[in-house]
Design a binder for this molecule. Sequence first.
Ligand code: AMO
Length: 435
Amino acid sequence: MTPVVKDSRTVTVEDGTVTVKGWVQDIRNLGGISFLILRDRFGTIQITMPKKKLDPTLFESITSLPRESAVAVTGEVKESKQTGLGLEIIPSGLQVYGEAAAPLPLGVVDKVNAEMDTRLNNRFMDLRKPEVRAVFELKSLMVSLIGEAMRANGFEQIHTPKIGAEGAEGGSTLFKVDYFGRPAFLAQSPQLYKQMLMSTGLDRVYELGPAFRAEHSNTNRHVTEFISFDGEMSWIENQSDIMHMIERILNHVLNGLAERGGRQLSVLGKEIRVPTSPYPVLTYEECLRMVREAGLELADGEDLGTEGEKIIGDIMSDGGHDLYWITEYPEEAKPFYIMEKEGTPYSFSFDLDYKGQEISSGGQREHRYDVLTDRMRKKGLDPGDFGFYLDAFRYGMPPHGGWGIGIERLLAKVLDLPNVREAILFPRDPGRLSP
Ligand code: AMO
């Protein structure tokens, strides 16, 4: 006999008898007959118990199982027109691995959605819902697809330190840690290290790793720990080389999710709109104009902000574009490592926005030592604090550039999730340090 539930690791078959393992989703008692709905990661199966035909002790043990207990049921498979799978199991044995306490902290099949906090406090139970788990299965697929695209384009995967002496993204979002009595910080990004590698011959590198930001804001798109997908490439001509690369990678990722994530996407009732390249390019000044025309008062050089980004997102969406670039930000608004556009107040930088939200920023870096140190001073930084980084610029640094993409923001936008926390197993924010 062949296994009855295809590709499930929880079914074993022997002499026409199967053993299925899973969680007790529901038990229905209808007088002479009872049903147990058993669930594993692939779906549910019905265990049918005609009272008169079953051993009374077994009947009693199964029908009194608390919901969500982890069990194995052994029995005979029968065809059934009444079940979705087209079959049912008549049980002959039961093994209880873990009996669930009652009441449950959170219902798994409840129609009413629990509050986000209740769900996150009981994430182990929340994740038993197929639609919650599907997000993380797609996240796992997304990470594989990123790896595929990066390898295909000649990038090496790297791992840089997450504890360091300096941050690259501004002092206000640094988490301080006590490093054996010395002050240290959690990495806000791999920025300094990925750039240093550009002077080594590791011409194209990428990292998928945690980034920490002491961001004291409670919004649906900020968390204090996220996974940053960083890329850096050297010998570039200009920032268009980087933008083209990102488009190639994202198109592979979105196509791959649509093609290989079909089961999870249908659980979520979502479809992925794969973009066509090239993505439209807007300049910061054009965006400012669009936002002002929509009635939002923004000063010259001011951040477009959540509201401004949304206005532009709506306009672009009306034109059929989910993904679009915003380039030529004022250099003042960009970090020291970004190259200025000489003779103008602008910079060689970009943001990539997806449905009205920034999911990535990057640009061409300042690779000329003297100009870089001047730019640091202009930003109120002491080049002396960045000696380890600057040394890599003193002995032959090629032109280079790169990007950082918050993968949870990307996934949240792909799946239209209302909150970036939906794409993080155990999110961290100002109010949440556990679980
Ligand atoms: P930036 O600071 O813009 O750039 O961050 C890059 C991307 O990381 C994500 N992100 C976040 N996601 C969730 N919560 C947060 N608090 C958060 N902060 C940032 C966003 C953002 O677009 N070193 C540069 C990148 C580069 O130039 O290579 C950097 O870190 O998706």
